[in-house]
Write a protein that binds this ligand. Structure first.
Ligand code: ADP
Ligand code: 5RP
Length: 583
């Protein structure tokens, strides 16, 4: 990436989250110069059905893109990159939206990532025990694309399935909308569609699960041109899309990333020198990126594939080139906290008091907890209130979508103190869930010394401190709060060619196209025999340490006891289910 005082080049990053679209203008030093966000619609027409509109999302992209380039010399804008949630977009043969609902409402043509409609389909897919399943933690998640495709085929045959021309992962839909190129990103296909970077599609899987029609005409409906994230697509931004977005036609547009992967890329490589962190002297594989927003995604990398039961992956080069990725997850974290707080009897009082103080409800709750904790550490307020957080099933490491949420220790009172303590117990339950995921990853071979957090929940100091206290690991927060967006902008920068050219490296015996999005890969071959050593400078340049939150080890005994209770909760839940299932 050019440094020094060359004329400024600008790149636009677009991050499509669950609740909103965010855009950023970033310069060649990775400095975020402008930010804009725009809420997007979500429909929940029935329980476990979550839908969105690709046209609504694109319209929101156009709003935020125009905002961040206001007053900028458009000729200095060189590239555009997208990241998004892994939601399923359905279009007909003329690329028009198709309904994913029995009402036939084609506005709603997206099955969102957290949609759990395809339970029987994913159960049948997992019963096949097909070999591709070993690369998604052994059990395919209902949130991945194959179960949703099978649901559409079995439930909306005439109104959707037979008319469908294209099934996109949302990040790939956005890059298609910008360029007219239907190429897919290696990131989305490997992580959510069972595509292998080495072997491509596995015909036997699609035939075995009853989706043999996707194999015909060489997978044209789900993608047969696959590019590494950051690769430049076609001739760049089309004139039509340029007009929509308020950007110059022809600028480079990158093959995209899934949101969690962009977040992980944006934080995991930070230069931690001088912060007294164990990971300073350790390889990047000792770091775990946790992208915590509506959901939480735990991104750990390794030099060799590590198979962690119940944790997605291992995926090669899906986030950091040349490394294998395991992705743990909790389907609802921010969404769960919102659910518990907004559903409490004292929420109206909380809302009024927070508004009166000009604070978010979370800032108000955090200060209220400080008020009522008296002399004890705030975390001790939940000594007899415990939560099991799987209100939307367990993504990792139990990979059991039948699990439910649990709360024990409720009393008759429902005042603001009770709401604050329930909120605290929920935040702690999410941190205990992270601890369980880390334990599963470590018993399979990972060795994690430091957490790197980003996403909406990383702006909540209590959430961050509880993660440090409960995992016993230090938490690093980026200087740039919107690190996911910087990651997306760097995709665009790589596609523009302003960085070092795409590196094609020979990794041991096989040639692997490394994702272009890592701009600086200085490859030093020590000698013929040894592995190539990478120096991934882009990630160090992209993310600087903003703050480090250390665990309060003096409270360890208390949290170890709460963790024992936490594990008992799921044991008991399984016992209850067995009793009720029994005769
Ligand atoms: N400043 C904040 N303090 C506490 N929670 C926050 C804050 N900002 C966002 N959140 C929570 O983070 C979640 C949204 O995460 P975010 O990463 O912004 O969006 P998305 O999940 O759509 O990518 C919501 O549950 C919201 O309540
Ligand atoms: O499965 C995913 C990533 O692999 C989803 O995209 C992610 O869980 C949703 O992200 P967010 O909580 O930020 O909306």
């Amino acid at each position: 990436m050019p440094g020094g005082n060359e004329p400024r080049s600008y790149y636009v990053g677009m991050d499509v989250g669950t609740g909103s679209v965010r855009a950023a203008l970033v310069d060649q030093r990775g400095t975020l110069l402008a930010f804009a966000d725009q809420p997007i619609n979500q429909w929940e027409p029935q329980f476990n059905h979550h839908e969105q509109s690709s046209e609504d999302i694109w319209a929101a992209c156009c709003v935020v893109s125009k905002k961040v380039v206001q007053g900028v010399n458009l000729h200095q804008i060189r590239g555009l990159g997208f990241d998004a949630t892994c939601s399923l977009v359905v279009l007909d043969k003329q690329f028009r939206p198709l309904p994913v609902n029995p009402e036939g409402d084609s506005r709603r043509n997206i099955i969102m990532w957290l949609d759990h409609r395809a339970v029987s389909q994913v159960h049948r897919i997992n019963e096949t025990k097909h070999s591709v399943l070993q690369y998604v933690g052994g059990v395919m998640s209902v949130e991945m694309q194959a179960p949703k495709l099978l649901w559409l085929k079995e439930n909306l045959r005439e109104t959707c399935w037979d008319k469908a021309g294209h099934f996109f992962d949302l990040p790939d839909f956005l890059s298609w909308k910008a360029t007219g190129v239907t190429a897919r990103s290696l990131c989305s296909l490997v992580c959510k569609w069972t595509y292998s970077a080495e072997k491509g599609w596995d015909d036997s899987f699609w035939k075995m699960v009853g989706l043999e029609d996707l194999v015909t005409d060489n997978y044209s409906k789900i993608g047969n041109q696959v590019l590494p994230p950051g690769a430049s697509l076609g001739s760049g931004l089309t004139p039509e899309a340029a007009k929509d977005l308020g950007l110059p036609p022809g600028i480079a547009v990158a093959a995209s990333l899934i949101d969690a992967h962009a977040g992980g890329l944006g934080v995991i490589g930070a230069d931690v020198k001088g912060h007294g962190l164990a990971c300073e002297g350790q390889p990047v594989t000792s770091r775990l990126a946790v992208i915590c927003g509506t959901s939480s995604c735990h991104m750990g990398i390794s030099k060799n594939p590590i198979f962690v039961p119940g944790v997605w992956g291992p995926y090669f080069s899906a986030m950091v080139p040349g490394f294998w990725l395991n992705e743990g997850g909790q389907s609802v974290t921010g969404k769960l906290i919102d659910h518990m707080v907004q559903g409490h009897a004292a929420f109206p009082e909380l809302q009024a008091k927070a508004t009166a103080r000009g604070q978010s409800v979370y800032a108000y709750l955090n200060s209220h907890l400080d008020l009522i904790k008296k002399a004890q550490p705030v975390g001790f307020l939940t000594v007899d209130l415990h939560v099991w957080p799987d209100f939307h099933g367990n993504r990792s490491p139990l990979a059991d979508l039948t699990l439910k949420g649990m709360v024990t220790g409720l009393k008759l009172s429902q005042d603001l103190d009770d709401l604050a303590i329930l909120y605290l117990a929920t935040v702690q339950a999410i941190a205990f869930g992270t601890r369980l995921i880390i334990e599963a990853m470590e018993s399979a071979g990972h060795s994690i010394s430091t957490l790197f957090l980003c996403g909406g929940l990383s702006k909540n100091p209590l959430f961050v401190q509880m993660h440090a206290d409960i995992t016993g690991l230090p938490v690093v927060l980026s200087q740039e709060v919107e690190s996911v967006l910087v990651g997306a902008a760097v995709l665009g920068a790589c596609a523009s060619g302003d960085f070092a050219s795409v590196q094609v490296l020979r990794l041991s015996s096989k040639q692997t196209y490394l994702p272009a999005y890592v701009a600086y890969i200085l490859v030093r071959t020590k000698d013929e025999e040894t592995e190539k050593e990478y120096k991934l400078e882009a990630m160090a340049k992209m993310s600087k340490v903003g703050k480090v939150v250390f665990p309060r080890h003096e409270d360890k005994r208390y949290y170890d006891k709460k963790y024992q209770v936490f594990l008992k909760l799921v044991e008991h839940q399984k016992e209850y289910a067995a009793i009720m299932k029994g005769d």
